[in-house]
Design a protein. Structure first.
Lengths: 221, 412
């Protein structure tokens, strides 16, 4: 489903050139739950950002469902992200000025859907993560675990085929982390959503189908 | 979508109250000044009581005699002789209202000094201009011919001289030791229409002045009424042709300039033009420059506040981009948000303008001038608001839309 071919990412400043990703080839199957592990600074998040079209590789090709997306315009890229991808971030990245329901609705704002259907889909997504009683709350009124569940609801509300999660349990205690992990596993199992997750936690990674390890920008497992 | 933008805009306004205050103050204060200035301009430029036929009127106000070799000139109002002898002969002039500049006379009523500014007029003055008579009627050709000592007074003069709302027609009023019989009382005219505002109007034939003295410079001005608005350009040409034939009074001068102007030209000529140039371009340019500077300063201020505000929201921008907002959608969102801010500022500005206009009217800064928020003034204010919102929103929105998503998300 996602095919990365010879991906390289180089960060350049006036004096230094840093190779963050070094010739990675990776194929993520449809319906797979893949985790990426590695020490800090090894390029895990950069790789995930490249997969999510949030960052451009310096070299190499990304193909999703056999479409070469490196030549997409800003508009096409935006629409692709909107329809096919969902993101979960370590620090949730909810908009604190908006209520929970409005946060979850956000991806649907960039589609042609009525306010009524947006509301219905967002409420259903919140029900899936067990937060239907918090729709009117603001993110700052919620615990870390609840915020991450809102972030998951936002990621799944548009029914994307792929979810990219960047250390989704990184800011949570183990009990909360397990709860979040269960939601992701259920999504993958019951709805066939392809998930790529970056994590530091070996126990979480063991729960996924496949584990990829990175070291200094290269794939070592 | 718009509802979402509105919610965000209001939340952002609530978040940094000091910034919000500075922004709203900048917008509302600027708009108040613009709105009040437009209300003033409106009073000067647009048709106003009693001068309601501007589209078919031309105004003759000044005569300029020039010595082009020595470079000096003499400028004054026009003489009665010039109007009567030359201008009245123009075929396209249907009627001509002639009035003199105001002269002041002191009267004492109940030990109170009243200054009466009186003007001499001809009979057609009352046909060209549409004064509203509260009582009585104007004088006509017969009274002019007979040099009847009759007068039309303003409502304010009646109230000061005879008492508030006292019936004045038939009574006598004294100016410069001459008693005039009041035959009409008219509604007050704003002092901004200085050619038509006065306390008392009397037939020109009463004056001891020699109206037939051969001269070009004098103390009169006139309104020339054409039959139709379409005749105005031709009437202007006729006037120019006539001026070429007007003989110069003496050898001191080698050129004479006088013009039949539209009302706007007659206003601009007095402060930005001369005999040869109406000053419209200069005056319009000056006004536009002033307006631009006045709009530019708060706009720059808003731009810098907006950039700070938007950069504070880089995480939100990253999230929106990640979930499918294109750069153009984000630009649209921030412009809409900024328009919401400026419209709130605009509404506050309107409220302040209404207060300012109320106090200006109450204070009678200019005698009998009543400023108002006409639909035209409101329209201009709304336009200024939108212009403001766009000017101050576009650049920050464009900068924000170019933010890299990954950097934007890391900024939190």
């Amino acid at each position: 489903m996602i095919r990365l071919e010879n991906i390289e990412k180089v960060y350049r400043t006036d004096t230094v050139e840093t190779l963050a990703i070094n010739g990675i080839n990776l194929h993520v199957q449809k319906g797979e739950f893949l985790s990426i592990m590695g020490p800090s600074g090894c390029g895990k998040s950069t790789l995930l950002n490249i997969m999510g079209l949030l960052d451009e590789p310096s070299r190499g090709q990304i193909r999703i469902d056999d479409q070469d997306i490196s030549r997409y315009s800003d508009k096409q890229m935006a629409s692709f992200r909107n329809e096919r991808l969902g993101f979960i971030f370590q620090s949730y990245h909810l908009i604190n000025d908006l209520q929970v329901l409005d946060n979850v609705e956000l991806p649907l704002l960039y589609r042609n859907s009525s306010a009524q259907s947006r509301r219905a889909l967002a409420t259903a997504a919140l029900e899936k993560v067990g937060l239907s009683n918090r729709t009117k709350h603001f993110p700052t009124q919620l615990s870390g675990g609840q915020r991450q569940r809102v972030a998951i609801a936002r990621a799944i509300v548009g029914q994307p085929q792929i979810i990219l999660a960047d250390e989704p349990t990184g800011n949570l205690d183990s009990a909360m982390g397990n709860e979040i992990m269960d939601i992701l596993i259920n999504l993958n199992r019951n709805e066939g959503t392809t998930i790529v997750m970056v994590t530091h936690d070996e126990s979480m990674a063991q729960k996924t189908h496949r584990l990829v390890r990175l070291f200094d920008g290269s794939q070592v497992q | 979508m718009l509802k979402n933008y509105f919610k965000i805009a209001i939340a952002v306004l609530k978040r940094r109250k000091f910034f919000t205050f500075i922004s709203l103050f900048g917008i509302s204060f600027t708009l108040t000044v613009i709105t009040v200035a437009v209300a003033f301009l409106n009073k000067f430029i647009n048709e106003d009581y009693p001068d309601f036929k501007r589209e078919r009127s031309l105004y003759v106000g000044t005569m300029e005699l020039k010595n082009t070799k020595e470079g000096w000139l003499n400028r004054s109002d026009v003489s009665f002789y010039f109007l009567d002898h030359y201008v009245s002969k123009l075929q396209r002039v249907e009627k001509m209202a002639i009035s003199s500049t105001a002269q002041a006379s002191n009267a004492f009523v109940n030990n109170k000094k009243i200054v009466i500014e009186y003007k001499y007029t001809n009979a057609d003055y009352w046909n060209v201009l549409e004064y509203e008579f509260l009582e009585g009627k104007p004088y006509g050709a017969q009274e002019i011919l007979n040099a009847s000592r009759v007068a039309v007074i303003s409502e304010e003069t009646r109230d000061d001289y005879f008492g508030p709302n006292v019936h004045a027609v038939g009574k006598y009023i004294s100016a410069d030791n001459i008693n005039y019989r009041v035959i009409g009382v008219v509604k007050n005219v704003s002092k901004t229409l200085y050619n038509f505002a006065g306390d008392m109007y009397i037939p020109y034939t009463i004056s001891r002045q020699d109206w037939n003295e051969v001269a070009l410079l004098g103390n009169c001005n006139a309104v020339l009424l054409a039959k139709t608005p379409q005749e105005i350009p031709q009437l202007k040409q006729d006037f120019e042709q006539m001026m070429r034939k007007v003989p110069l009074p003496d050898k001191e001068f080698d050129k004479a300039f006088s013009n039949a102007d539209t009302y706007f030209e007659s206003v601009t000529r007095t402060f930005a033009g001369d005999g040869e140039n109406s000053g419209v371009t200069k005056a319009t340019g000056l006004l536009l420059t002033l307006l631009s500077i006045f709009l530019l300063l708060p706009t720059i201020n808003l731009v810098s506040i907006n950039i700070t505000r938007i950069m504070e929201r880089s995480s939100e921008i990253g999230v929106r981009k990640a979930f499918g907002a294109s750069s153009s959608t984000l630009v649209y969102q921030f412009i809409v948000e900024n328009l919401i801010l400026t419209i709130i500022g605009g509404l506050l500005g309107l409220l302040l303008s209404m207060l300012a206009i109320y106090f200006i009217n109450e204070a009678e800064l200019v005698s009998n001038m009543q400023l108002s928020l006409s639909p035209r003034v409101l329209g201009y204010s709304l336009l200024a608001c939108i212009l403001f919102g766009l000017l101050s929103g576009v650049y920050p929105a464009w900068r924000m839309s170019r933010l890299n998503v990954v950097h934007a998300l890391k900024a939190q």
